[in-house]
Design a protein around this ligand. Sequence first.
Ligand SMILES: [Zn+2]
Length: 437
Amino acid sequence: MDTTIANARDDLFGRIAAKRDEVASLARDLIRIPTVNPPGDAYAACADFIGERLRRRGFDVAFVRGEGTPGDSDAHPRTNVVARIEGRSGGECVHFNSHIDVVEAGQGWTVDPFGGEIRDGRVWGRGACDMKGGLAASIVAVEAILESGIPWTGALEISGTVDEESGGFGGVAHLARQGLFSPPRVHHVIIPEPLDPDRVCLGHRGVWWAEIETKGRIAHGSMPFLGVSAIRHMGAFLHLVEERVYPELAKRRTRMPVVPEGARSSTLNFNSLHGGQAEIAGDGLPSPNVADSCRLILDRRFLIEEDLDGVKAEILGLLEELAAGRPDFRYAVRDLMVVHPVMTDPGAPVVRALDREIERVFGRAPRHVASPGTYDQKHIARIGNLHDCVAYGPGILELAHQPDEWVGIDDMVASAKVMAAAALTLTGTWPDGGPRF
Ligand SMILES: [Zn+2]
């Protein structure tokens, strides 16, 4: 066995273990910058904090604003940071991409959501697991490589990007359009989203968000026969969906390893339903009219085995059927968001490199999963056309967006070891990952 690589790996892992307090305090410092989205607070401050730290360690640092993207304004600039450092020539580039935005704190916290408290082996706060803990782990992983003296090849990049929670248009999508997530600049991408530190996330399901409006005709509520009720129209539509669509969706199963188990089928959620005129101001009574409009927002998550046209046709067909058979049935459909499913090949280099190191660090076989919701991998695959990309990071998936969110410090340390060793494999520094133990 190649003892040089084995010794270098031991040394690297030892260095990362010694950075336990450092990774915790870095996560704490990131949590203390309240990058809440919407509206996109403190993005520039957070990007500066990351950029300054990495510049001091020899990275080339660029700030890229998603000008003109949704939400971008002088008050809330969509500021991304991309940092790159070159090793010896001849290798490939591994990029660690983390989103810096967090969702609002919401109710029910017993700790300060932006305090970054360190207690009981955990760092607490909004974004701790999703995904400032992952960002901190990736930064410490790369810094440990630089400090180790290992003569590494290729290039390493770290980015902090905005707006993942709102679609990633001003963040990864914007950077991908500029070629920042494509060869020859970048070859492998690891997104440290919280998917548990012994699992590799290969991709995610697709999304069709749409608004369906049924239209009626207003009339006095005491004489509904003189109008057309948009709410009754919507009721007829919902009845058909219940009878025909839901049983079909439950039958469809994907070969993708989506977790949790229930998300391995197609799913449909009604995010909201609003019909009729607003209440009469002040007295809380509804307006005494026949509803002339009813709006439904639907959230259809589709499988890699389904195609978007078929997904839409399943719903539009019911509306057409109602339009043909139900008097005065009129409707409109508006797409709000479309995301196609993505899945990286389980045999892809980034998956194999992470698998090997997970096995070393955790002493057990890694699990492959796919995410029920989407994340920025879609932009890297679709716009950047780079398919050697997965999500891998510390943090427990179920804690994301919850009150009292936390990330385990041991998990950050363990995942940083996996990330660092996998990066050295993927850059070509350790061809084929070195010997198996
Ligand atoms: Zn996230």
